[in-house]
Write a protein that binds this ligand. Structure first.
Ligand SMILES: Cc1cc2nc3c(=O)[nH]c(=O)nc-3n(C[C@H](O)[C@H](O)[C@H](O)COP(=O)(O)OP(=O)(O)OC[C@H]3O[C@@H](n4cnc5c(N)ncnc54)[C@H](O)[C@@H]3O)c2cc1C
Length: 389
């Protein structure tokens, strides 16, 4: 590029941060606008398995792979599947040395990325209201305080409810028919041995018909649980979601007949319940290219959580940065980036949709099985996993 492009990234999630890191490594200045007021203003959520063909590729491009590995938990690749009677029906253990999908706390990964950026790169407390295209292929960013700033490239990395997306597409996210209610347990090995036994070092899922319970071990004995069910978005009608006991009673009524040890997930949690209805973008979600504006991660392809969203956001971020670095113009960079990212997103969103339909059927059948192709570790070669059925 003949002059240094002015680049703005909206959103300091994983995708936006890795993009900023790769651009900066190659000497391109960039500003990240983030609506949160500081890095600690919100708990960043649970654990993520970072895949060798997507998220790990991005972390290598960012020069952060070794630091990621040092923080990650390969032993947490273990999966356990139970039926609603708490019978263990499948158990995959990670083989020693298997680094195909090690887990890491999302907060640790975000901190790693943030610490890799020069101070001042992220402008905290800057909520972006909208982005509009300008003549000559540039874009105008509208800040929350009604000021504006112009850039050669604005990257929407602002997640599910992106304020950048409307510049490219009028597709709104819609409710996927499934809700996750999140809760957590602390110091499980000492304070919640029953939960520790069910979850083991990794992830457990118990499933019957339209309901499931999923738990994941994070670092420091912390476990996140996701009470997941197909049902209307207003399943909590008439309840105050801050009234933990009322929410608990409503949830327990849904899980009648489940084994006592599994019901402890609903009865023994520390803290309250967080309602997380699942929203998705239509599939396919694509757009006609608009000069100077693009999207990555959930802003581009919000899909059911099938274990790939964060991985794709990381890969998008790294690839977009590499396209900007390697092409003579922003236009050519966006051509290269979007022509690879959009079809990849469509393929992954279709798989995630099928997975959701299969795992969360609209029926009360007792079937707990995961089809083998949907089993989380099924993409690993046999030599890299151990089965104990
Ligand atoms: C319960 C759950 C479990 C999941 N588990 C996994 C998993 O195991 N593996 C996996 O790969 N994926 C998982 N996902 C999906 C994953 O969380 C997302 O796909 C991923 O976080 C998307 O990253 P992102 O960078 O695109 O957006 P986000 O992580 O959503 O980051 C967006 C950022 O933009 C900021 N922002 C938003 N609006 C504005 C604005 N107007 N102005 C400025 N800043 C703004 C936000 O504050 C945020 O910091 C899970 C999702 C859920 C809900």
């Amino acid at each position: 590029m003949s002059t240094t492009p002015r680049i703005a990234i909206v959103g300091a999630g994983l995708g936006g941060l890795v993009c900023a890191r790769v651009l900066k490594q190659h000497g391109l200045p960039v500003t990240v606008f983030e609506r949160e007021t500081d890095p600690h203003s919100r708990s960043q959520g649970g654990t993520l398995d970072i895949h060798e063909d997507t998220g790990q590729v991005a972390l290598r491009a960012a020069g952060l792979f070794d630091q990621f590995l040092a923080l990650s938990r390969p032993e947490s690749q273990e999966w356990r599947l139970y039926d609603r009677h708490a019978t263990l029906i499948r158990h995959d253990q990670a083989v020693d040395g298997d680094l195909s999908r090690p887990e890491i706390d999302r907060g640790q990964l975000r901190t790693l990325l943030l610490d890799s950026l020069a101070p001042g790169t992220v402008r905290w407390g800057h909520s972006v209201r909208a982005v509009t295209p300008l003549p000559h292929g540039t874009a105008r960013l509208h800040h929350h305080n009604d000021t504006v700033e112009d850039f050669d490239l604005v990257i929407g990395a602002d997640g599910a409810w992106s304020r950048v997306r409307p510049a490219l597409s009028d597709a709104p996210p819609s409710y996927a028919g499934v809700t996750m209610v999140e809760t957590h347990f602390d110091d499980v090995d000492h304070r919640h041995p029953g939960i520790a036994h069910l979850v083991g070092p990794g992830t457990m899922s118990a499933k019957a018909g339209r309901r499931s319970l999923v738990m994941q071990r994070n670092s420091n004995g912390h476990v996140r649980a996701y009470i997941t069910f197909r049902g209307p978005q207003d399943w909590h009608a008439g309840l105050d979601l801050a009234d933990t006991e009322a929410v608990r009673a409503r949830l327990l009524a849904q899980y009648q007949g489940w084994h006592e040890s599994l019901l402890d997930v609903l009865r023994g949690n520390d803290g309250g319940f967080v309602n997380r209805p699942m929203f998705v973008l239509p599939v396919p979600h694509t757009w006609q290219r608009v000069p100077g504006i693009t999207l990555l991660g959930d802003a581009a392809h919000l899909m059911p959580p099938a274990g790939v969203g964060a991985n794709l956001a990381l890969l998008d971020g790294a690839e977009l940065a590499q396209a900007v670095i390697g092409r003579p113009t922003i236009d050519e960079a966006l051509d290269a980036y979007e022509s690879a990212m959009l079809p990849r997103a469509v393929d992954n969103a279709k798989t995630a949709q099928q997975m959701l339909a299969t795992l969360m059927p609209d029926s009360d059948s007792d079937d707990a099985a995961f089809p083998d192709t949907l089993w989380p570790t099924s993409t690993l070669p046999d030599s890299r996993r151990a089965h104990i059925s």
